[in-house]
Design a protein around this ligand. Sequence first.
Ligand SMILES: [Ca+2]
Ligand SMILES: [Ca+2]
Length: 357
Amino acid sequence: MNGKQLTLAIIVLFLVLVIGFFLLSRKPAEEEQKVEQARVLEPKSPEVAEKPVEPAPEESAPAEPVEPAEPVEPAAPIVPLPPSTAGCKADPAPLAKQRITAAPKDMLYIPGGPFSMGSPPEAGYPDESPVHSVCVIGFYIDKHEVTNAQFKEFVEATGYITEAEKVASPDVLTWRRPYEPESDAEQMPNYPVVCVSWNDANAYALWAGKRLPTEAEWEKAARGTDGRMYPWGNAAPTAASANMADKSGAFKWSDAVLDDKYKTASPVGSFPGGRSVYGVEDMAGNVWEWCFDWWNKDYYRASPSQNPPGPDTGEFKVIRGGSWFYSADGARTTHRMYFRPAGNGAAIGFRCVKDVG
Ligand SMILES: [Ca+2]
Ligand SMILES: [Ca+2]
């Protein structure tokens, strides 16, 4: 081989190496798409819908929960507004009627009086027992879960930054991009706000002149006074009842027959067939709802019979009602789930209540 041939061979070899490196380093578009979808839709654990006897919070986490490891700055202390501790008695009918008529915009009146809280051991998990009579003072509750449009109003008025937004990562889902980094809450004004922590929800409630519902208030608004299993009654859920993990979502625990048409959340009030007896919407499904109370599995064994405010302290806050990411079991009115107050997820939102007078 002469000098010219050697030079030519070196050049050819160099080109082969460059082209080979380029081809190997290029990831097919289809593969990239699969990785992205998996990150968004697959839960941390396939057991999410199989609530254990002693629920394990980490395994029961809705989609993509985020617990900020290092907030950029410490959150300003926000003191939660406690529920009323005044005496409780059933509303006289004329009073209830008057308050129903006088309800604030987009809120419904839940009459004061006793109701049956919890479920018997054979019908629920241990933390739902025992069934006990609880009296709550009449209160107003949001007809719908708080929406993106409402939360945006709060953020624009106060400059509030949610806990998820304080995590400096473009991959973290926030209320502004709730289901995947490309999703845009601006385009979904009537959807429930999600990826908000208990602290964020509480801050919104105070700004709105409201508060988060106690578990007892939430359960009464969902269940009424006749001990029903679901907001609409005791009939098993149908595709018209609630947005749950159905065939649209195709999660491992999805109901393969139900077809509610929503893979993730739905605009609030999309399931009028699932209204509670008081007319409250989406108390079963769509998104879990933060409650005021700390969660304690034994709380029902010794809770006060009037306006129970939950334990004094705890590690987790209660969430209620199930979601688009959970089986129909979560939609039972007595089902109790819980999550860390600084955590959030694409299947957790909230609604507020307001005291009378
Ligand atoms: Ca669904
Ligand atoms: Ca809900």
